[in-house]
Design a protein around this ligand. Structure first.
Ligand code: C2E
Ligand code: MG
Ligand code: MG
Ligand code: MG
Length: 286
């Protein structure tokens, strides 16, 4: 049957693959357009203290791509394309510039959010000048290094070359905070974990989901909390969607969380309104 494909596409290139290839090119074109004419947006999701007061000490920036028709593309659609095409370099620079612009605005306005986290890709750290560009951007905006946090996935951190590791060490020595994202989904060697220049472990949503109903997830979360304690790392639980999850995580010793239960990622103006509403002094306890 394969040989009878006639004048259609070659049989090894299925319609599905052809569709994927077209989709890839379409996304690449959108990315190009957004990088040169605007269309990228940083949406913001607070990290929330789980001690009942629910205020936010930190915020994570999550990128979105605005299409010409107004629709938003989530990063799941275009980060991989950016990485494959090399556009990630320009994209990450845009993210860092935009994050520092936002932070500087907040610092001036006394918004009271001391730090902003951005997600970076493994390829960013391979760039010769990534560290210089990042430190230069912070300095140009008169921001202290600890105002910026970099989130790298567990998989990225464990596959790092010596060069990337040196770059990361340099950033951390300068005061930039480093978080390991999606922790628990990769293949970390525990004995190596303590040698990585990190400050925060973010427990992946896979363990947070229905954690109160899944003894294995609870056990893993508990182990992560105790490991973090031993290594002097902060713990953040990702993807909290229910009060039951939040209550159980608190019992397990998790102090900071993120998730739709508290707030979805949102544009800056909405985030500022959310922060205003969630100020610690509103709790009445202190
Ligand atoms: P991540 O850094 O682990 O971000 C968490 C993802 O979970 C975000 O998806 C967020 O919107 C979503 N999320 C947050 N709370 C909940 C919840 O309660 N329930 C559920 N179901 N989901 C929740 P998003 O924004 O689509 O980002 C996906 C991934 O794309 C991020 O995972 C990160 O790895 C990557 N990414 C995002 N922005 C950037 C960026 O600026 N640069 C790079 N290189 N990667 C980015
Ligand atoms: Mg992240
Ligand atoms: Mg994550
Ligand atoms: Mg993730």
């Amino acid at each position: 049957a394969l040989a009878d494909a006639g004048d259609g596409p070659p049989a090894f290139f299925s319609p599905d693959m052809q569709h994927q290839a077209m989709e890839f090119l379409r996304v690449e074109a959108k990315l190009h357009e957004a990088l040169s004419h605007g269309g990228l947006e940083l949406w913001l999701q607070p990290k929330v203290s789980l001690d009942g007061r629910r205020y936010s000490k930190a915020v994570e920036a999550l990128i979105r791509l605005r299409c010409a028709d107004g629709r938003l593309l989530p990063p799941g659609i275009f980060i991989a394309v950016a990485e494959t095409t090399g556009l990630i370099r320009a994209l990450s620079r845009w993210v860092i510039e935009e994050a520092c612009t936002i932070l500087a605005r907040w610092h001036h306005a006394g918004t009271g959010v001391p730090s902003l986290a951005v997600n970076v890709s493994a390829l960013d750290l391979e760039e010769d000048d990534f560290t210089d560009v990042l430190l230069e951007t912070l300095a140009r905006h008169a921001l202290p290094c600890h105002a910026l946090e970099l989130e790298l996935t567990e998989t990225t951190l464990f596959a790092m070359t010596d060069r990337s590791l040196a770059a990361l060490n340099r950033l951390r020595e300068a005061g930039v905070r480093i978080a390991m994202d999606d922790f628990g989904t990769g293949y970390s060697t525990l004995s190596y974990l303590h040698r990585l220049p990190i400050d925060v472990l973010k427990i992946d949503r896979a363990f947070v989901q229905e954690v109160h109903d899944h003894p294995v997830r609870a056990g893993i979360t508990k182990a992560i909390v105790s490991l973090a304690e031993t290594l002097g790392l902060e713990v953040v639980a990702e993807g909290i969607e229910s009060e039951a999850e939040a209550a159980f995580l608190t019992e397990l010793g998790v102090e900071v969380g993120q998730g739709f239960l508290y707030a979805r990622p949102m544009p800056e103006a909405e985030l500022l309104a959310w922060l205003d509403m969630a100020r610690p002094c509103d709790s009445g306890t202190d």
